[in-house]
Design a protein around this ligand. Structure first.
Ligand code: ADP
Length: 471
């Protein structure tokens, strides 16, 4: 609505329990950081409030924190410190009862009550220090409590100004809390238009569809940039993609212990190994890639020990000449994976947005995905999606239609959930590589030129923020 030019800049405070790179579990962490940076780039004042986890004390990623304030809350002393992370001011809330003196973000029986306490302490901090942001933006079940507590306890007691924005990054966790926040917030978003459609009948949001929007996530083009990335052997852009990816591919092979060389397609997976991510299809992709003469690499970790044991077995069986498995959460290695792979497979059973396919494209890696949620909104099959790609890419990114002859397709996709369904896409992808490697390399350059940043979606958020405050 053009309001971004006329209206005064907004003050937005994100309240979250994850933030990349200092407290990253999944995509939520990336989004809290990159959305904040993108909205700031448009001239708004954005800050973040996080719990002060004890693992921050030994984090090489976090600079010195400065004292901000302390106060008493519900019989507990709260200390707030601050530090800039990736250019954004972050306030760290530390209760004296040791509630966040843990070595990970999630995983305890009292997660829900700890995060509820954090949400209330964050509001108390704003009240005590006289801050009146325009927007409190909370994320997923873990900070859903902000919406309820703000309107029930704080708005009438001095925190008069803020409106509440709520983003659902995954509908499958903490559904009662999601519904409560969707009810109390002025705007609720989820992270892609397709996922918004898929979950619109869900009781958590179905009563509030008039203020429910699907805005696709973006990636941060500075944090993920093969032209400046210090963790890959040769920096590259779309013009030098062939050389750059070859250097990365060779280093990746040696890091993961692959002894097979040559111009074989390297197919990769970077994922939490959970049911959502399509475990049976990830395993099948490993076998199938090898049977088609390709190489398979996986960076992942499974929270469920049974699943992990299963993958350990697969690694022992297939690892060696043409396959390598690395079981850890390792962002540095993920950069070498994004650069060194030719193809990334994302066979999710459902996927609210998914960042791996967009990050992969930024590094010239061709996505091969199941067409669900945000994967459907960002990956356009080279054989079947030409018209949809031209239309959607034009509408949803700032990228001009400069694909070859207007061809903006960027990957391979499949609909079903069976191994045969995955093969339909993966076979076409590997065939394309073997039959016309030159064309495949040009596709890698094409996907690198597409714009999956926040350039466009940040403007949608800004419009929604202004609508929430009635401007
Ligand atoms: P989700 O949030 O469901 O895990 P997303 O695709 O939204 O899925 O985000 C996943 C993020 O986590 C991406 O930034 C991806 O690169 C990263 N990631 C996933 N697994 C690993 C891993 N084992 N090591 C490093 N980064 C990982």
């Amino acid at each position: 609505n053009g309001s971004t030019e006329k209206a005064p800049p907004l003050h937005i405070i994100n309240i979250a329990v994850e933030m990349a790179p200092i407290a990253k579990v999944g995509g939520l962490a990336d989004v809290v950081t990159s959305l904040s940076r993108a909205i700031s780039d448009f001239g708004h004042h954005v800050e973040i409030i996080l719990p002060m986890y004890s693992f921050f004390n030994s984090s090489p990623l976090l600079g010195a924190r400065e004292f901000e304030t302390n106060f008493d809350f519900g019989g507990c002393g709260i200390t707030v410190t601050k530090c800039r992370v990736e250019g954004v001011m972050v306030f760290f809330v530390e209760p004296s009862n040791g509630m966040f003196a843990r070595d990970a973000v999630y995983g305890w029986n009292d997660d829900a009550s700890r995060f509820n306490f954090f949400c209330n302490a964050a509001l108390e901090f704003l009240l005590k220090t006289g801050r009146q942001p325009d927007i409190l933006h909370c994320h997923d079940w873990s900070t859903a409590e902000v919406a309820r507590a703000h309107w029930e306890n704080y708005h009438h007691n001095g925190l008069w100004k803020p409106k509440v924005a709520f983003t659902i990054h995954n509908m499958n966790y903490g559904q009662a809390k999601l519904g409560e926040a969707a009810f109390h917030s002025q705007m609720t978003t989820t992270v892609s238009p397709s996922y918004a459609g898929e979950v619109s009948g869900h009781p958590a949001v179905s009563g509030n569809l008039h203020k429910f929007h699907g805005v696709r996530n973006g990636i941060d083009p500075e944090i993920w940039n093969p032209a400046t990335d210090n963790f890959i052997p040769m920096k590259y852009d779309a013009d030098s993609v062939v050389k750059g990816k070859k250097a990365a591919r060779d280093e990746l092979r040696s890091r993961l212990g692959l002894t097979g060389y040559g111009d074989k397609p390297v197919v990769g997976v970077i994922s939490r190994l959970t049911a959502q991510k399509g475990i049976h299809l990830i395993k099948h992709a490993a076998h199938h890639t090898l049977s088609r003469g390709g190489q398979f690499v996986l960076l992942g970790s499974a929270p469920d020990p049974k699943v992990q044991a299963d993958f350990n077995g697969l690694g022992a069986q297939l690892g060696g000449e043409d396959a390598g498995f690395f079981f850890a959460f390792d962002e540095t290695l993920s950069r070498l994976m994004y650069a060194g792979c030719d193809v990334i497979v994302v066979p999710s059973m459902f996927e609210p947005c998914g960042l791996t396919q967009m990050t992969a494209m930024r590094y010239g890696t061709v996505p091969c995905v199941r067409a669900t949620g945000g994967l459907r909104d960002t990956v356009f099959d080279v054989d079947t999606d030409k018209a949809r790609a031209a239309w959607e890419i034009n509408a949803s990114t700032n990228w001009e239609l400069d694909g070859e002859n207007g061809d903006c397709t960027n990957g391979f996709s499949f609909e079903g959930t069976s191994e045969g369904d995955l093969d339909y896409a993966l076979d076409r992808c590997i065939d394309a590589f073997w039959n016309d490697t030159k064309w495949f390399r040009s596709l890698q350059a094409r996907v690198m030129r597409q714009d999956w940043t926040w350039n466009k979606p940040a403007l949608e958020y800004i419009d929604l923020y202004y609508q929430s405050i009635g401007k």
